[in-house]
Design a protein around this ligand. Structure first.
Ligand SMILES: [Zn+2]
Length: 715
């Protein structure tokens, strides 16, 4: 009976809202832009009605159970309703929709990450406290200690094979040691198994110390001055008092910066001045350029009450340590280490300040998950707007604008930088989607930087650089005419705040920025085409009016220099540029036994065949010359002594003449299908030469063997 009433109610609401939409379409006049609260309510009702229409066609659950997270009416008088998919009161991880309405209330489009046919029992088998115990026992948790309250929430998580009711357990360890991290582990709430994990510490890695003598806004009461601005920007800077040698377990003890005058030039005050100045410039940039009042849009989030006026302040914390080589955004605060003096000096440069605060903006808008491609986009947004804040403070764009963290990074080396937006390859980062790190399946871990969030970020960084400043991409050879930083920043800010969601990937970022460019400048505009060409240049989508350019084989960069020299060593999507011949050499992009991703090459399989695959590569004199690859051998041979079927790893010159055979494998190396082992071979004798790296098989006349090769690398 209850259910029946629910259906009747839904129909009634449906007719009502449908009537409104029809009336609006005929009038074709702006309906948003008058009273904010009324507009938001109107937009919300229209949007929900549109989603109810969606739910008639698709199994996305009951739209009336969904949570409306926020409704924004923008400068263009368009309305954007952000909705969280929810089933039986439990939110579905990374499952959102943003309904975009034109000023007249008509549907423009939907950013749609809703999941269909969610199938899960929403009753947990155990409590939150048990979930925390289980999370602590995982690799991420270990015997870890917590410095802050863990956050434990129930979510529905779509795994590789099924949906899970899962506790998302966030376990902060913010103590300034090298183990400082915020691991997030998803524990199945029925079986207790771990289903996903990543690290949610959103880092920068990476008088005033850096900006000369600057003016900062402070406050005073009864003869004491505070490094706090309770009116205006509502920001304050605090000292964690770490002197660089001791660990207090919390990274330091927070105290106010106080003085008997308004001059802040003592040694322990200078990093504070940088952070305070950087926070102010970041605030001013967002307010002046994008009309945003601080990180949350409303002069917050404040976490410490000001000494004067008792106002909640947005907090920057400096001298966090000991010798902590990073800066991060966590718990609604910016935190900066002092560095160890060799890798970093205090991480309070203006671009790092802009970077950290942008993590706060991202958290409150798209909330891009800090792993894999969405994590790389999250990092990139921080680099982009950090650079824009630096240019804003400098009053002009310069070559330094495009260097990230240059003032704090490796003080012993001048002219270098942590990352480079203009030329990521120069510092070993990818500048094209085809040379991204972890192209296949990747499990986020601290060791792989959440699948390369600080590395693959350079792909969007470089796209942005090309769109703003113009230039030619090294890999694709595509040239982009820049539209300037003003238009480019508007496009990316709108993409971040209006069109991106937690699970947006590179392809989605292209769509989001094209949507933003359409709204701001029109779909056929110069800016729209610049955005499209910029993405095409870095290998994401096709160029306007042309096909997708084929990347020319070229060196793949990796973090920390020592660039990858093989192209497509992961064998994903195609075997190119590997050259295969013979009847015993094969490629699959959808085989049953990949090491990573879906593609790999394999050899043998049939009796009396030979075959080979090679790639020509120039090994610089500066490279290590180490070839690694993953090998899996299966065989029907039963001998434990005789090599009947073989796989040779060969170095040949460009004419095909054999120079060396660094390794030979055979049926004696057989194991279980899909269980690979990594091989490492020394090719340093060929540094400074251009050679072929070749895998070649010979099979004898009876009983077969299969050699699978995947994820090859030469550095
Ligand atoms: Zn970051």
């Amino acid at each position: 009976m209850k259910k029946f009433l629910g259906i009747l109610a839904a129909i009634a609401v449906g007719f009502f809202a449908f009537g409104i939409v029809t009336m609006i379409t005929e009038a074709n006049e702006p309906i948003f832009g008058k009273n904010q609260a009324d507009d938001q309510e109107r937009a919300k009702q229209i949007s929900l009605e549109i989603l109810r229409g969606e739910s008639l066609r698709r199994q996305i659950g009951n739209v009336d159970d969904f949570t409306v997270k926020r409704v924004e009416i923008d400068d263009l008088k368009m309305a954007h309703t952000h909705v969280q998919q929810t089933i039986n009161g439990i939110p579905v991880w990374e499952s959102e929709a943003i309904v975009h309405l034109k000023p007249d209330g008509e549907l423009l489009n939907i950013t749609d990450q809703l999941k269909e046919t969610v199938t899960v029992n929403t009753e947990p088998n155990f409590k939150r406290s048990e979930a925390l115990n289980l999370a602590k026992q995982t690799g991420r948790g270990g015997t870890r200690k917590l410095t802050d309250e863990p956050k434990i929430d129930l979510w529905i998580y779509r795994g590789d094979d099924r949906d899970h009711l899962a506790y998302r357990v966030e376990m902060p360890r913010i103590d300034g040691t090298a183990k400082t991290s915020v691991p997030v582990v998803f524990i199945d709430a029925q079986t207790g198994e771990k289903v996903f994990e990543y690290d949610n510490l959103q880092t920068g890695t990476g008088s005033s110390l850096y900006s000369g003598t600057v003016t900062i806004s402070t406050s005073t009461s009864a003869g004491t001055f505070y490094m706090e601005e309770p009116t205006g920007r509502r920001q304050g800077t605090f000292n964690m008092n770490n002197t660089g040698n001791t660990s207090t377990g919390t990274g330091g003890t927070q105290s106010r910066y106080t003085g008997t005058d308004d001059v802040w030039s003592a040694t322990n005050e200078r990093a504070g001045v940088d952070a305070h100045y950087g926070a102010a410039k970041t605030f001013d940039y967002y307010q002046t350029v994008h009309g945003r009042n601080g990180i949350d849009g409303n002069f917050g989030p404040g976490t410490t009450t000001s000494a004067v006026g008792a106002v909640p302040l947005v907090v920057s914390r400096v001298h966090f340590g000991p010798s902590y080589n990073n800066a991060f955004w966590f718990n609604n605060q910016m935190t900066y280490g002092d560095g160890d003096g060799s890798t970093f000096t205090p991480l309070t440069t203006i671009d790092i300040c802009g970077h950290e605060m942008t993590h706060g903006v991202t958290e409150r808008t798209a909330n891009l998950t800090y792993a894999r491609e969405s994590g790389a986009l999250n990092e990139s947004m921080s680099d982009i707007f950090g650079a824009m804040v630096e240019a804003f403070a400098d009053g002009a764009v310069s070559s330094n604008t495009w260097l990230i963290g240059e003032d704090a990074y490796t003080p012993g080396t001048s002219g270098d930088a942590l990352r480079r937006m203009d030329n990521p390859n120069a510092v070993g980062d990818p500048d094209h989607y085809s040379v991204r790190l972890y192209p296949g399946t990747c499990t986020p871990s601290n060791a792989n930087d959440q699948c390369g969030v600080h590395t693959n970020s350079s792909i969007q960084n470089h796209a942005y650089y090309l769109m703003a400043a113009g230039g030619t991409n090294r890999v694709s050879g595509v040239t982009v005419t820049g539209m300037g930083t003003n238009d480019a920043a508007r496009v990316f800010y709108r993409a971040l705040t209006v069109y991106m969601t937690a699970s947006t990937n590179f392809a989605g970022a292209r769509t989001a920025t094209l949507n933003a460019a359409t709204d701001l400048f029109g779909s056929g505009s110069t800016q729209y085409n610049t955005v499209a060409t910029g993405w095409c240049a870095v290998g994401v989508g096709s160029c306007p009016g042309g096909p997708t350019p084929t990347p020319t084989p070229t060196a793949t960069p990796t973090p920390g220099g020592g660039g990858e020299l093989l192209v497509n060593g992961a064998f994903e999507s195609s075997v190119s540029p590997w050259v295969s011949s013979g009847t015993g050499a094969f490629y699959t992009n959808a085989g049953s036994y990949p090491h990573g991703g879906t593609g790999y090459i394999y050899f043998g399989v049939n009796n009396s065949v030979t075959g080979q695959s090679y790639q020509t590569v120039s090994i610089p004199a500066t490279a290590a010359g180490t070839l690694t690859f993953w090998l899996n051998v299966t065989s029907s041979e039963t001998t434990t002594t005789v090599q009947y079927d073989k796989l040779f790893v060969e170095v040949r010159n460009t004419a095909g003449t054999l120079l060396a055979t660094p390794a030979t494998y055979s049926n004696l190396n057989k194991g279980t299908a899909g269980v690979y082992s990594q091989k490492s071979l020394n090719l340093s004798a060929y540094k400074g030469q251009t050679v072929r790296v070749q895998f070649r098989t010979t099979m004898d006349s009876s009983i077969t063997t299969t050699f699978r090769v995947d994820d090859a690398s030469l550095r």
